[in-house]
Design a binder for this molecule. Sequence first.
Ligand SMILES: [Zn+2]
Ligand SMILES: [Zn+2]
Length: 117
Amino acid sequence: MTELEKPYLIETKILTTRIYNEEYGDHRKCICGHLYERHFDSYEDMDPCGCKYCACDDFKEDIDTRLDITKILDELNYDPGILHPYGGGNITWWKNYVKSEVQHCNMYWRRLIESYL
Ligand SMILES: [Zn+2]
Ligand SMILES: [Zn+2]
């Protein structure tokens, strides 16, 4: 049977659809100023409906707002200041002192990192 004798010719269509990428990062910012996740309809199975807050329908990352982890490395290290010898030979006192310094250090870095988000 030649093509001319067939009742129907077959046309193959390739359908391209944009779908939500959960690995991409919901908190990335678009050049429209709104977050990635806001460019999808969470009530409609993350339909790529476009930005909920403006007319933007094509997420383009605003590179300037991306967290640059290397900038944090330029920050000064935590400085505990002068270590006081108040504990003397009291090991429990020193243990608590070291613990509280570790907590201060963690808080210091946590606040710095948060200030970049
Ligand atoms: Zn946008
Ligand atoms: Zn927007």
